[in-house]
Unconditional design. Structure first.
Lengths: 288, 579
């Protein structure tokens, strides 16, 4: 059986030293090994930005696509091969700005894949502009007087969009993050995982220390029941979203693929392309 | 007896004009006639003038006629808008209900027939179109029974009573018209057809069936006129073979989802029109750069922007050839008929996998939605070629060495392996990359990968890149077109040749890479070259000038008013040019 080391490749990441993305990468590798899959059974599909490079740093199939489109590529891949483990990942710009439409529709479509957002609340690769996750008042190159738009609230967004798995974590807490990703992979449906992954170069507000001071672990809240959507929403609002843990999980709603009419039970990629003469001629006859 | 009949039914959108044309056409098709349809409609659900014009002939037909023999009108607007098309033997059958008035300069006789009244007496005014079909049967001297199988098929599930009522509506329409016509009954009778069974379909049906036969098992698409019928057909049929269609949130998702599924090893595609294609441009570049097969259908309609969404135009050509930033190898195929659309769609999927690049199937609204008669497709001609697709990979010598998915090869095509295959792990990225897919900006690697990608086009395997009718070695003129203009050009050619002119015809079927040598030979045989196209700027003519010599010979006939070319328009313009 593969260990997390088997999911390492020989590529050195080009992230800045101290970047939160290193831990996200490690957590994905550990979670994949814990789930018991082999490297060739995993595909990591990523967007564009610092975080988008992650698909090149894991020893698995990897697809580094275009900005904001990791989710549709991942969904197409999953439709092609339902036996494959598909992880989509990207930054907060990828998922909440240019790709917001795909995030919302991915959540409500509920295809069986895991979506990990590496949320640093800033645009890093373009050298420090505001993100839809930057808090109002946040000063960046593109908001010299402070951001005047409110930040997107990922958890509330997911909870109101039909999500069946909503979680949030912090890159430093690699144990919790690994467990959450593992649960996300095992979840039969769309697993939405927002991960605070601090940018040490451009975000001097939401630092490691800031998160340590401001985050509350759901495991510390007595009697919290992640199957209760109403309680989830209330708790998220009470903490203004600064929570970590599995916020909500609905294990009853079947995944998209389970609902598709007569969808192949084996990987679609394994199906015979030829229609056969009888079937073909019957289709031709329908036009006569 | 008539050699050819042109029949048109018109009225307000949403009152069954489409189905009236459909029932009449299907019956004629089953008698063995060849048909070619043209729909005039607007971008709204109910209201607004709509009409359905159908050419019927005992021999092959692929063009809309210049004139009209029978006009069936459900409102005054239909008469006012269309009466000028009527030929010397033209006739108007109008619903008596709206008290039809013949325009002052209208030569054709107008018969007010109680379509609605008869239908209402039989139970519902909805059957007024069946009464009109019965009246048409009187003109053509058709037995009512020829409509039986079609009526059974359309109304069968509503029960025997409904079927009987509809047949009764036809019978009464027939009887009333017989009385009104007197000794002119059967004056519009057509020469008998061969009774052979043929397909009757729109271009979108042909593309959709072609995709299914080519092995497509997944489609991602966003609804748009005039492409939606392709996804609707596959929504109906793909579940029968375990496949699926996802109606996406937008065309960007459609194209990228299709890329993802192709990456996963499933033949997948999307279909749209101009506005959708504009949104897909970045994805097309991704397909080119990452060498993932991708087929996209562009059913051209009037542009730019929302343009003329329900009208004919051929103005996406340049955008399809050059759209997306940077440079990628790409193939653009442009079938002219429903039959070509079927076989070319299969070719498109083969080429997309063999050369691992985006292939665009370019059609136009008239081809996409105009219903036409087609010889039954031949399964033995359906060939599936998947190119260098590897499903068994040996373990690498060095641990964790990536598979060389982008190996620089002689023909530029690298081995392709899909996720899930052991030892096949590699990286895919839209960033310039090395042979294993890892990002690389090294100048030598960049050059090698660029050259490799473009080299693939040399190996393109496309049958009949040009449809040519070139009987003259020293032609006065070579008429060139693409997509649905083929029938109108052919008919103009026949008329001009009958008048003693020497006219050849070339319809370009593979637009990119352009069939340079084939076209040069045809051009060299003609004194002049006329490019017929439904656009303002002469896009195909410009593409020809980029590829072949003899530019001073090239002139264009352009039409950009939203309507397809008629044979007479081409005939007249070519004659003027030859003066």
């Amino acid at each position: 059986m593969a260990t997390f080391k088997d999911f390492r490749n020989n590529v050195k990441p080009n992230w800045c030293p101290g970047c939160g993305d290193f831990s996200v990468q490690a957590a994905i590798q550990r979670a994949a090994a814990n789930v018991g899959i082999e490297p060739h059974e995993l595909a990591v599909i990523s967007g564009i930005g610092c975080s988008g490079r992650i698909s090149g740093y894991i020893n698995s199939y990897g697809f580094h696509g275009i900005h904001g489109r990791a989710l549709p590529i991942a969904q197409g891949l999953k439709m092609a091969n339902r036996n494959l483990n598909v992880i989509a990942s990207g930054g907060d710009g990828d998922g909440f700005a240019i790709g917001m439409g795909h995030t919302v529709h991915g959540l409500r479509r509920n295809l069986d894949l895991t979506y990990i957002i590496m949320d640093n609340q800033i645009y890093g690769l373009t050298k420090g502009q505001t993100s839809p996750r930057s808090e109002a008042g946040f000063v960046t190159k593109s908001t010299p007087e402070g951001a005047i738009e409110p930040a997107v609230k990922p958890l509330e967004l997911a909870l109101t969009t039909g999500a069946t798995f909503v979680a949030q974590s912090f890159s430093t807490d690699i144990k919790e993050l690994t467990a959450i990703i593992e649960a996300g992979i095992k979840h039969e449906g769309f697993a939405f995982i927002n991960v605070f992954s601090p940018c040490v170069t451009y975000n001097k507000v939401n630092t490691y220390e800031w998160f340590k001071e401001n985050l509350t672990k759901l495991s510390d809240i007595e009697g919290y029941d992640p199957s209760n959507r109403e309680q989830a929403m209330k708790t998220v609002m009470e903490h203004d979203g600064w929570l970590t843990g599995i916020i909500y999980q609905d294990t009853e709603t079947p995944s998209y693929q389970k609902k598709v009419d007569r969808y192949a039970e084996d990987a679609l990629s394994a199906s015979d392309l030829a229609l056969g003469e009888d079937k073909f001629n019957a289709l031709v006859k329908e036009f006569m | 007896m008539l050699h050819q009949l042109s029949w048109k039914v018109g009225g307000q959108q949403g009152e069954g004009i489409e189905s009236t044309g459909e029932i009449f056409s299907m019956a004629m098709n089953r008698l063995g006639y060849f048909l070619y349809g043209y729909r005039h409609f607007s971008s709204r659900i109910k209201g607004g003038h709509t009409n359905n014009k159908i050419t019927v002939r005992a021999t092959e037909v692929r063009a809309i006629t210049d004139d009209l023999n029978i006009l069936v009108a459900f409102d005054q607007e239909t008469i006012d808008v269309n009466y000028k098309e009527l030929a010397a033997n033209g006739i108007i059958l109008a619903d008596a209900k709206f008290n039809p008035v013949s325009p002052e300069d209208c030569q054709a006789p107008l018969f007010a027939v109680p379509f609605t009244e008869i239908a209402t007496d039989l139970g519902t005014s909805l059957m007024k179109n069946m009464v009109a079909i019965g009246a048409t049967a009187s003109l053509l001297n058709l037995e009512d029974e020829v409509f039986q199988s079609v009526v059974d098929e359309i109304f069968g599930r509503k029960g025997e009573v409904v079927v009987q009522k509809n047949m009764e509506a036809i019978a009464q329409g027939h009887a009333v018209m017989n009385e009104l016509l007197g000794d002119r009954v059967g004056e519009w009778e057509l020469v008998q057809a061969d009774g052979k069974h043929r397909m009757f379909m729109i271009g979108n049906d042909a593309v959709a069936l072609g995709a299914l036969a080519a092995g497509v098992r997944f489609m991602a698409a966003y609804p748009i006129t005039p492409a939606s019928e392709i996804m609707e057909y596959l929504i109906d049929k793909l579940p029968e073979v375990g496949g699926a269609v996802i109606q996406t949130e937008d065309e960007i998702a459609a194209a990228t989802m299709a890329i993802g599924a192709n990456y996963g090893g499933v033949r997948s595609f999307t279909a749209s029109a101009g506005p959708g294609l504009s949104l897909m441009m970045e994805a097309i570049g991704l397909s080119g750069m990452t060498e993932q097969p991708l087929v996209i259908v562009d059913t051209q309609r009037g542009g730019p922007s929302t343009g003329l969404p329900t009208k004919q135009e051929q103005s996406d050509l340049m955008a399809m050839l050059y759209g997306t930033h940077g440079e990628i190898p790409k193939v653009v195929i442009a079938p002219s008929t429903a039959e070509e659309a079927f076989y070319d769609t299969i070719q498109a999927f083969n080429i997309a996998e063999e050369l691992q690049l985006p292939v665009i199937i370019l059609t136009d609204l008239q081809l996409a939605l105009g219903k036409q008669t087609v010889e039954p497709f031949d399964y033995s001609k359906v060939e599936i070629r998947r190119g260098n697709l590897v499903d068994n990979v040996e373990a690498p010598e060095v641990d964790k060495a990536y598979f060389k998915r982008y190996a620089v090869t002689e023909d530029g095509v690298s081995p392709r392996v899909i996720p899930g295959v052991e030892h096949g792990i590699h990286h895919v990225t839209g960033v310039e990359h090395d042979e294993t897919g890892k990002p690389s900006e090294a100048p030598s690697n960049r050059a090698a990968q660029m050259e490799k990608r473009f080299r693939k086009l040399d190996a393109i395997n496309f049958k009949e890149p040009i449809y040519a009718r070139t009987e003259h070695e020293d032609a006065d003129v070579l008429v060139v077109g693409f997509n649905s203009t083929r029938g109108a050009i052919d008919e103009a050619l026949e008329r001009l040749n009958d008048q003693g002119m020497k006219v050849n015809h070339a319809q370009v079927r593979l637009i990119h890479p352009f069939p340079v040598e084939e076209m040069q030979v045809l051009m060299d045989k003609a004194k002049k070259v006329v490019v017929v196209e439904n656009n303002y700027t002469g896009q195909l003519a410009n593409i020809m000038k980029m590829n072949v010599g003899g530019h001073n010979k090239i002139t264009t006939i352009n039409k950009y008013d939203g309507t397809p070319f008629l044979p007479g328009e081409i005939e007249t313009k070519v004659k003027e040019l030859l003066k």
